[in-house]
Write a protein that binds this ligand. Sequence first.
Ligand code: ADP
Length: 459
Amino acid sequence: MKTLYVKFIVITTSMMLISFILAFLVSNSYYHQKVKPVNDQKNTKIALNIAAFAKEHPMTNLGNYLENISAVGYQLYLVDTRGNGHFFGERFRDQILPRSTIQRVINGDIYHGILDFPRKTFVTGFFANELQNTIGVPLEHNGKSYALFIRPDIKFLFKEMHVLFGWILLLAISLTILMVLILTKFLIKPISTLTTATKSLANGNYHVNLDVKRGDELGQLSRSFLQMARRLEQMDDVRKEFISNISHDIQSPLSNIKGYSNLLNNDSISKALRTQYVSIINGEIKRLSSLTKQLLLLASLDRNEEAVKKRLFNVGEQIRGLIRNYQWAISEKELMLSFSIPDIEILGDPDLLETVWDNLLSNAIKYNVTNGSIEISMEERGKSVIVTFVDTGIGMNDREAERIFERFYRADTSRTRSVEGTGLGLSIVSSIVKLHNGTITVKSKEKAGSTFIIKLPVL
Ligand code: ADP
């Protein structure tokens, strides 16, 4: 039983067979309990009537009379006291009957062969064409004693209608089997299509053709399958883009390093140029190092919970310390910084959260304008702590603001191009906040500034 198709057919046919056997057993039991005694009584009455008629009409030719009775659908056996027997009508398949039984009937007993016929033959007992399966009554004619055994001739019972019903039953069974064969194929077809689709998906072809119009469970399955294929395609695109971005971001500093170190090989260049080239090379190395660090962090964040080592710590103190570290950069850009940061303890990973504040503050400085301002505030609201970074920097339009949490995304404007960055910072921030079951939102306006709001659970 390999395919679903074969399984389905075997199960349906077995069910039909079992139903047939059960129906046979039930009707058999019904025959033995209800039909057999009625049948016995009916035939006893007929046999007694025949015997009574024979007794009352001594002048009638008994042989002819019984011959006529057999012609209307009976099998008869007449035995006299000396054991001479005569059959009328259709022959009995089995003609054995004990002498004692015959003798008892001649002596006046009634033989109920139909009622007492062995049960083991099931309902077929009714059809058993045997002398034992008869009714025996004493018969007197012309002063002579006989025993008369009769049973209805089965051939007469099966009229045209019965044959017709038999055919109808046979046809119904054959048609049902045929329908099962055809319908099963129809039912299994979408599953085979899905299997083909799965194979093609496994080979990297995401454009699969499925019937999603069906209203049943298979239609639902096909729709979910298509959704999954689309999602996989998107993930594959993201992966390809990610790889091409990394390759580009690694390749460009490497070729810069190669170019400038070749230039350094030239002995004739001035000392000033030499210092400039070395500083460029150092800058590119720094860029590469920060890129690899960020990539490593992203990879560890992708491993979810494993990366987060939570403990209770004072987040207010952490942010204030960070501001102190950035004081020089803030003064250099002549920025105004104000903050209101109370001591609040939260349960989180201090190292990861430090990366969050570091990114947000360095961005607020990087993307700010000379003489701009930065405002940082923190407050506890219910079971959450809310940290807000507001800057009066270059800001972003809505389209850019929507994409800043994507990996490698950098708003491609003349204003950002001059600023160093990898485009990974905010995607790291968003992953860390998510891993702390928090949220991050941004509100920004071009040339006016940006506001980043982070909400984290205290515990
Ligand atoms: P990076 O700063 O390395 O480019 P980020 O992921 O930190 O990468 O930021 C992604 C982009 O979002 C930046 O390139 C910049 O265009 C925009 N951005 C981030 N912070 C700000 C901000 N405070 N003001 C304006 N634009 C910002």
